[in-house]
Ligand binder design. Structure first.
Ligand code: KG4
Ligand code: ZN
Length: 338
């Protein structure tokens, strides 16, 4: 069964062709550069860029997979959560393509896509699993009892982890998205040089908070009078990064213990962060959990994970058809006129 997966939820136009829900035949991602100077995604620019990119990106995914539109068995598209104008581009395109080919089309939850990057990496991942999804818009700890039974058991109360990276990047004049550059600049820095806060760390608190950390970095920069340079900048960023990694890893491992998980997984753009991947692996493995860390290309936004979730829905006979709607949030009804 050949599934075309499409994601236009934020600032990446992505398409992928997936064979039998597991074999990635192609995965094309066009990242938008227009947001670099703004410290975050400008929604209106993002939807316009998706309109420009969607046809060439899908065409390239089909070409690279070496298949024709007539070979497809169904189409999967992210329809929640995300920026409404951006979601509408992908969903309208997917619905039109499905109608013209007389194919079923299903709407996919973007966060579920990030979780399923673990299954694409390791199809035999034993369940139950606790999966940390940390991206630019969301930070959630999810209990995966089966691949279609996922429950959020912890989340950020304010900023997402990626948002904290991006906001600190903006303070330093680093182009958006700042996560990869901050990771690079923090390399070799002393994680203990600056004492940044870890919020909401009591043992029975499943949620997280990152907005105080960003403010602490801002106050530190104000106190220093100027953005530090060289080693001192590495120290500052290493200390900031360690505070985020500390909170994410501690909460994830505690959830795995609390819910008697067998595995621990990781997904979302921030999951591309080296120190986070390493620390979560070390701490979860030390407690006997099976740890699955997906390839970085499956962590940041892509169409393959959307196709993988879509494959399951299509196999169950679902078709959300022309009535499919979009939703900015995760948990609102999205099908037809519900
Ligand atoms: O999942 P994603 O590609 O898009 C959303 O769904 O938001 O995540 C993008 C986020 C951005 O905030 C970016 O700064 C962050 O992931 N990110 C990183 C790294 N690579 C991407 N954060 C820290 N370290 C990285 N290496
Ligand atoms: Zn994402």
């Amino acid at each position: 069964m050949l599934t075309l997966g499409i994601d236009t939820s934020c600032d990446e136009t992505a398409a992928s062709v997936l064979l039998d829900g597991a074999d990635v035949r192609s995965s094309i991602v066009a990242s938008q550069m227009v947001h670099a100077d703004y410290g975050g995604v400008v929604p209106e620019y993002a939807s316009r860029e998706h309109m420009r990119a969607i046809v060439p990106v899908v065409r390239k995914a089909m070409e690279e997979a070496g298949v024709s539109y007539q070979d497809l068995d169904g189409i999967a598209v992210t329809n929640r959560p995300g920026l409404i104008g951006c979601l509408l581009v992908g969903v309208s395109f997917a619905k039109a393509l499905a109608a013209s080919l007389c194919l079923p089309v299903v709407g996919v939850d973007h966060i579920e896509g990030h979780v399923v990057s673990v299954r694409l990496t390791e199809p035999e991942t034993p369940l139950p699993m606790i999966c940390l999804v940390a991206s630019g818009g969301h930070t959630e700890i999810i209990l995966v009892e089966s691949w279609d039974t996922m429950t959020t058991v912890g989340r950020t109360r304010d900023d997402a982890a990626g948002e904290a990276f991006d906001k600190v990047g903006k303070l330093l004049g680093v182009a958006y998205p700042a996560g990869p550059a901050i990771e690079r600049m923090a390399r070799g820095g002393d994680e203990q040089a600056f004492d940044f806060p870890r919020a909401m760390m009591s043992r029975d608190e499943p949620d997280m908070s990152f907005s105080g950390l960003k403010t602490a970095v801002r106050y530190t920069l104000e106190r220093l009078g100027a953005v530090p340079q060289g080693e001192r900048l590495s120290d500052l960023l290493a200390s900031f990064q360690a505070a985020i990694v500390d909170a994410l890893v501690t909460k994830t491992v505690r959830a795995a213990e609390r819910y008697d998980a067998v595995s621990v997984g990781l997904g979302g753009g921030v999951a591309a962060n080296g120190p986070l991947r390493q620390r979560l692996t070390d701490e979860a493995e030390a407690r006997g959990f099976r740890v699955v860390v997906p390839d970085k290309s499956f962590c940041t936004d892509n169409g393959a994970v959307i196709a993988a979730v879509g494959h399951r829905l299509l196999s169950q006979g679902e078709d959300h058809g022309a009535g499919m709607t979009v939703s900015a949030s995760r948990h609102r009804p999205v099908r037809g006129s519900e």
